[in-house]
Design a protein around this ligand. Structure first.
Ligand code: IPM
Ligand code: MG
Length: 354
């Protein structure tokens, strides 16, 4: 039986994960593939209980699972902790320990949501892109790091470091993904200023030799940020390093109407983590109004990539599309004056189409 570890986390994490579990349980029953779901603590929830953002035991459980479904971590009550004990540290650790170096963030505009996007319909209609973000290297992990005080002056340091194999393996994921899509990779760097990303550009260009049916383009990150707004339809797969990917994937998410719609998969070796891109949204936590669709769509990715249940994944994505076509909106998607449904109701509606 496949083992799935559920880590709801903080803020709206538990609310949205609850709906996603209902979806997962329903499809596993309908399609008769038994799953064993186990829950654990991560982030602030783990800090409050165990004094650490993730325990060794939870990490071990994750390593014994086929996949991890994660909600979100963080909140103002833990903001003053030192970096090493912040809830976010748990995310970084689990990504690293599970070897999930490639983060896939598809940003696809559902036709029904065209009016929810802050950009004009003619700019965003048909947007369908995939950000492949490097997830276990770069500034997030580079050494040396820290803040030190010398002669009364503080100095903060982080290090942007990538090795050739780290670049190559994530670039391979991007080329492979593009060959199943519209066969275009845009690699994003700051090669005009940063040596590390000049290396990035060179390694990606070399690897491209193996993928001649895919076209490769390079953009500087500032230009990419601009083009995502100006002409987002040009993009198929965007390949980039960790921090640039963090920023560009939030930007790409907004094209689709709301960051509340964006699922993600983080993979590399045997393990994978699935989570919504939106984060813990402490301002609306516990009010039952968060959008569960990104987490439900993350379950679809889990089924597709970790459980090889392509058909079931399609069914869930279609169910989400139907609910949107019927006009149902959570608060993040609703236009002024429109009727709004809450988290659990949105879950019910998706379940109704399965
Ligand atoms: C994300 C988040 C995380 C990141 C934070 C919460 C550590 O913003 O998954 O995009 O920066 O990777
Ligand atoms: Mg982010």
């Amino acid at each position: 039986m496949e083992q799935i570890l559920i880590l709801p986390g903080d803020g709206i994490g538990p609310e949205v994960v609850e709906q996603a579990i209902r979806v997962l349980e329903k499809v596993s029953k309908l399609q008769k593939f038994p799953l064993s779901l186990e829950e654990g603590l991560i982030g602030g929830a783990s800090l409050d209980r165990h004094g650490v953002p993730i325990t060794e035991e939870t990490l071990q459980k994750a390593k014994r699972s086929r996949a991890v479904l994660l909600g979100a971590v963080g909140g103002p009550q833990w903001d003053d902790l030192p970096t090493d004990r912040r809830p976010e540290k748990a995310l970084l650790r689990i990504r690293k320990e599970l070897g999930c170096f490639a983060n896939l963030r598809p940003a696809k505009l559902y036709g029904a949501l065209i009016d929810s996007s802050p950009l004009r319909p003619e700019i965003v209609s048909g947007v369908d892109l995939l950000v492949v973000r490097e997830l276990t290297g770069g500034l997030y992990f580079g050494e040396p790091r820290g803040v030190e005080r010398r002669d009364g002056i503080e100095r903060g340091v982080n290090t942007l470091v990538y090795t050739t194999p780290e670049i190559e393996r994530v670039a391979r994921v991007a080329f492979e993904a593009a060959s199943q899509r519209r066969k275009k990779v845009t690699s994003v760097d700051k090669a005009n200023v940063l040596e590390t990303t000049a290396l990035w550009r060179r390694v990606v260009t070399d690897l491209h030799q193996e993928y001649r049916d895919v076209s490769l383009h390079h953009l500087y990150v500032d230009n990419c940020a601009m083009q995502l707004i100006q002409n987002p339809k040009q993009f198929d797969v965007i390949l980039t390093e960790n921090l640039f990917g963090d920023i560009l994937s939030d930007e790409a998410a907004m094209l689709t109407g709301s960051i509340g719609m964006l699922p993600s998969a983080s993979m590399g070796g045997e393990h994978a983590i699935y989570e919504p891109v939106h984060g813990s949204a402490p301002d609306i936590a516990g009010q039952g109004k968060a959008n569960p669709l990104a987490t439900i769509l993350s379950v679809a990715m889990l089924l597709r990539y970790s459980l090889r249940q392509e058909g079931v994944a399609d069914t869930i994505e279609k169910a989400v599309e139907k609910v949107l076509n019927e006009g149902y909106r959570t608060a993040d998607l609703a236009r002024p004056g429109a009727a709004v449904v809450g988290t659990a109701k949105m879950g019910d509606l998706v379940l109704g189409h399965l």
